[in-house]
Ligand binder design. Structure first.
Ligand code: FNR
Length: 425
């Protein structure tokens, strides 16, 4: 166990610190996945099946981790995924995450289920997306859209993989369900974590900050959560995405894409970006991992759409692998919450610093100077995937001659194809 934030060498160390800081029920809400958590585990484990092929003697004295996409300049190719209820993990909550994101020049995605308002987060001034659910009562959705627009949000992320909640059995056991009902073991656990419990008892009430008043009423947090759950609309379809595209003229990102056929449909409707995601393994257990689907989706949509790999990223080399397989950027959820729970603002900052440093070092060791130079030839699958991948590449002539390395400098990532046939990828 590292001795504090500064001593955390990697995201796994922050995870250990977060585990120690949080009472069991809160930890399980954060870490847990659906059913047997197979998909949650595989989201990270699958990165081990992708092997990097470093190239040498390439002069890596200057490494440029910046990219530019969706009209945003990024310090490095990472997005903070939307996660609900951040003040549950530390009183500084969403504000700490948004501030650290702004400091590292990466966009923050504020969740509909946030404990800080759309307007407060906007005051920080970093680049930001708002994550939206399409509620049964479309007026509720429209109001959130209007507020995001008025507060200058760069884009909307529509989460589409939650027609119903996933079966998170850890929460059923610990009582973090709706309505909350804590067994004695959980209550003892809360009392053994006074540093967490006392601010919860005596500090500002943790509530879904964007859903109070008006149609939402002013009931208890649990009551509002129950109402939000009741508003989750199982009947949403592509027509609703059409509606959103017509209503919102900033960037539109669809979150929860796994199937290439869905990616193609979303591109047709005019989405600017897709988050390839299974909600961090919290929804359909047994679902395919984002990394496995990424090359197929890139193949299906070509260069037209930004692809963001979301789920399982814990190392800078994971970002390298995803980019080599066709992603433009990666999104992270639990890694920054581990930091938040472990040490508030300093912890989130440390999480980003760790990933950025690892990514930069990985680029140097891979032999690339800028993000544009990370190409499909830098990775290959091991294990069962290898044979299929070999056949696909052979068919597409995806091993070109050594290309000219690009000049250092921010590079517009939009439209990079992992398997561009016959050209110097
Ligand atoms: C989430 N996620 C999520 N997604 C979303 O669209 N809206 C939300 O409110 C939430 N809330 C949320 C809470 C917590 C505690 C977690 C861990 C996750 C999913 C999140 O955006 C992202 O898809 C995953 O976290 C990505 O997987 P990793 O990075 O956690 O492995």
């Amino acid at each position: 166990m590292p001795n504090g934030i500064a001593a955390a060498r990697n995201i796994a160390d922050l995870q250990l610190l977060a585990r120690k800081a949080l009472p069991g029920p809160v930890w399980n809400y954060l870490e847990g996945g659906a059913d047997d958590e197979v998909t949650k585990r595989r989201n990270t484990a699958i990165f081990d099946d992708v092997l990097l092929t470093p190239e040498i003697l390439t002069d890596v004295s200057n490494i440029d981790t910046r990219i530019s996409m969706l009209n945003i300049d990024f310090g490095f190719p990472v997005i903070m995924s939307p996660t609900g209820m951040s003040q549950l993990f530390h009183p500084s909550g969403e504000m700490a995450v948004a501030r650290a994101a702004a400091d590292h020049a990466v966009p923050y995605a504020l969740s509909t289920m946030a404990t800080t308002t759309i307007e407060e987060v906007a005051q920080i001034g970093g680049r930001r997306f708002f994550q939206l659910y399409c509620f049964k009562d479309r007026r509720l959705t429209s109001e959130l859209l209007d507020r995001a627009k008025a507060s200058g949000y760069d884009g909307i992320i529509l989460t589409a993989d939650t027609p119903v909640s996933g079966n998170r059995e850890r929460d059923l056991v610990s009582g973090m369900s709706v309505p909350m009902k804590f067994p004695l073991k959980s209550l003892i656990d809360f009392s053994l974590h006074p540093k967490w419990s006392l601010p919860m008892l005596f500090g500002k009430r943790v509530a879904l900050a964007n859903m109070t008043g008006g149609h939402w009423g002013t009931g208890s947090a649990a009551g509002v959560i129950a109402m939000v759950n009741g508003q989750m609309d199982r009947s949403i379809t592509w027509k609703d995405l059409d509606w959103l595209r017509a209503t919102w003229n900033g960037s539109l990102i669809l979150k929860g894409v796994s199937a290439p056929i869905d990616a193609v449909e979303a591109a047709k409707i005019g989405c600017d970006g897709l988050m390839i995601s299974n909600h961090g393994g919290r929804q359909l257990d047994g679902a395919v991992t984002p990394l496995e689907q990424l090359p197929h989706i890139r193949d299906a949509v070509g260069d037209a759409v930004v692809l963001i790999l979301d789920g399982g990223v814990r190392r800078g080399t994971h970002i390298l692998k995803a980019l080599a397989l066709g992603a433009d950027a990666c999104a992270i959820g639990r890694p920054y919450i581990f930091g938040l729970a472990a040490g508030g603002p300093a912890g989130v900052h440390r999480a980003l610093q760790i990933l950025r440093t690892e990514f930069e070092r990985g680029m140097a060791l891979l032999g690339v100077r800028c993000v544009a130079d990370i190409r499909s030839r830098h990775v290959r699958w091991s294990g069962q995937q290898a044979a299929t991948d070999f056949a696909v590449r052979l068919e597409r002539n995806a091993w070109p001659n050594r290309p000219e390395t690009s000049d250092n400098g921010p590079w517009t990532a939009v439209g990079r194809s992992a398997f561009s046939p016959g050209k110097a990828v």
